[in-house]
Ligand binder design. Structure first.
Ligand SMILES: Nc1nc2c(ncn2[C@@H]2O[C@H](COP(=O)(O)OP(=O)(O)OP(=O)(O)O)[C@@H](O)[C@H]2O)c(=O)[nH]1
Ligand SMILES: O=C(O)[C@H](O)COP(=O)(O)O
Length: 203
């Protein structure tokens, strides 16, 4: 018998200077960049602290100051769905391909290692969707491999429902996970209160 399933975390993140444009009315470009980097450090730190996650992979053009030993997969420059599709295809072809891939947004300042462990511990043949606070967007996805190697990412309007349909198309069981750490992404200025533990606004 082999050991427990191997699980990797894939964190998509836009290029430095390009993220969190919806916060432009509240934060300068430099402040947005500092926030993006602080949240990326927090999410990568939570993944590093999750005992069920054995490897962290970034999908995007910049490292955001994260450890040099984190694998980075480049971005074709055609948006989030294309970036994740290309990273998933690359990972699925690797000899060390994990049994499960958790795709987790880089803008979750309240995520904990426990959240990542729960996403990692999904039953076989099961996809897990972590919606945002509105119940419509997707903040994390846990996908079994190789069954979900051809998963088409559907970030955009109503992505939680669309990701459910896509997982069902692949014949997977679908579960939803709700937690404070997974729900609270930072999209709008009114969300910034949830980032206060990782980033201080000094004006
Ligand atoms: N690699 C990559 N990551 C992306 C891309 N678009 C979004 N992301 C990341 O996906 C996650 C969720 O995206 P959003 O919440 O829309 O964040 P954002 O694009 O920085 O915010 P806005 O500019 O306000 O839309 C964040 O971690 C983003 O950095 C993309 O085109 N390529
Ligand atoms: O599909 C989604 O969840 C969003 O379009 C991408 O994430 P956001 O809600 O953080 O922008």
């Amino acid at each position: 018998m082999s050991g427990p399933p191997t699980v990797w975390a894939l964190i998509p993140i836009k290029a430095s200077g390009e993220g969190k444009t919806r916060l432009a009315d509240a934060l300068s470009v430099a402040e947005r960049d500092a926030l993006v980097d602080a949240m990326a450090r927090h999410v990568a730190g939570a993944a590093a602290g999750a005992e069920r996650v054995s490897r962290i992979v970034l999908a995007g053009p910049s490292r955001h100051g994260l450890d040099a030993d984190i694998l980075r997969i480049d971005d074709p420059g055609e948006g989030l769905n294309a970036a994740l599709g290309s990273a998933l295809a690359r990972i699925a072809r690797m000899e060390a391909c994990p049994d499960r891939l958790i795709v987790v947004a880089a803008d979750l300042p309240r995520i904990t290692p426990l959240d990542l462990n729960l996403l990692a511990e999904a039953p076989a043949h099961t996809a897990v969707i972590a919606p945002d606070r509105h119940g419509t967007g997707t903040n994390a996805l846990s996908l079994p491999l190789p069954e979900a190697a051809g998963f088409h990412f559907c970030y955009g309007t109503d992505s939680a429902a669309r990701h459910r349909e896509e997982a069902e198309r692949l014949g997977l069981t679908v579960e939803t996970i709700l937690s404070e750490g997974l729900e609270k992404d930072i999209d709008e200025p009114s969300d910034l209160v949830d980032a206060r533990d990782v980033y201080t606004i000094e004006h």
